[in-house]
Design a protein. Structure first.
Length: 309
């Protein structure tokens, strides 16, 4: 059981206190104290937890610090680090708002960072939603489908290869940079759709690939059913050895790790146009995706992660 300190007893604490109490009831965590600036002449205990000043933190033994304030999060985080608390032990209180949140599943992703390989911005959106550091080079990159499959099938080879420029970005022509890695039959391309120039894209790629946790990789793939070679791509996807999921707009793929999200049809029937809201766009929308998927179960490789069928 993890021992935790909560920093902040204001409005945002009130919004998550029930979830915290539920995790305590499950035996997942123990709250040692709450840090508050309110003078102790008004209260010294809240919800059964001792209330202390931040100056007392060094006297307490705990595993994680939970910061409840969103507006002041960065300020409090920096203050906590100055007090000697490891940044990796600081948790954003908003994680308790994740649908079907479970402390043990979440902390497993903190203790052993998960490297999400994604064929579009899905990985970046998910890292933001889970308040986890980017542990993947595949952020803000779009890939040709065949090239991405090659990358995911032999990722360690590609991580060792230098990134070279295929095309420079040019803002005035609305062109983003394109990179390439590998050689011969293994050469693949990637589109840095959010980068202004290749130098910026390469700097981020080289920095983020050093963060990859080779012991914990998860692969995400989105595939539209209108592609003529979708059956070939799905077969190749299933050759990937890492834990994975493919969101396929065709439905009924009858392949392991390939799913269709039926709520998408409900979403379109609310008045959205299919030609402007693609299935892959829906998958990237975390608000909708988490109504279909228990994301913490999925990333921890549990089988019963699907919420809607």
């Amino acid at each position: 059981m993890d021992k935790c300190i909560i920093w902040g007893a204001g409005r945002e604490y009130e919004n998550i206190v029930n979830q915290i109490l539920f995790e305590i009831e499950k035996g997942n965590l123990e709250v040692i104290a709450i840090v508050s600036d309110i003078d102790h002449k008004y209260f010294y205990n809240k919800d059964g937890f001792s209330v202390v000043k931040k100056e007392k933190l060094h006297e307490l033994e705990f595993d994680y610090l939970i910061i409840t304030s969103t507006k002041c999060y960065t300020e409090i985080e920096n203050e906590a680090i100055l007090l000697g608390i490891n940044k990796n032990k600081i948790i954003h209180g908003n994680v308790f708002k994740i649908p079907l949140f479970d402390w043990k599943r979440y902390i497993s992703l903190v203790k052993s960072p998960i490297s999400i390989l994604s064929d579009d911005c899905w990985g970046g959106y998910l890292y933001h939603k889970l308040y986890l550091p980017f542990s993947s080079p595949c952020i803000n990159i779009s890939w040709p489908k065949e090239d991405y499959i090659k990358f995911a099938q032999d990722v360690f080879y590609y991580l060792e290869q230098p990134l070279e420029m295929e095309r420079e970005g040019e803002l005035r022509k609305n062109l983003y940079p394109i990179g390439r890695i590998g050689s011969g039959d293994k050469k693949i391309h990637m589109d840095f759709v959010h980068a202004a120039c290749f130098q910026d894209a390469k700097k981020l790629w080289d920095r983020r690939k050093e963060r990859v946790n080779r012991d914990r990789i998860f692969v995400k793939f989105s595939l539209p059913a209108y592609l003529e070679n979708y059956k070939v791509l799905l077969r190749e996807f299933n050759k990937i050895l890492f834990p994975k999921i493919a969101f396929f707009s065709g439905g009924g793929a009858e392949l392991e790790n390939v799913i269709y999200l039926p709520r998408f049809e409900w979403y379109v029937n609310q008045g959205e146009r299919v030609d402007t809201v693609m299935f892959s766009d829906y998958v990237r929308n975390m608000e909708y995706l988490l109504k279909d998927i228990d994301i913490l179960k999925l990333l921890n490789h549990e089988e019963d992660y699907i919420r809607s069928k």
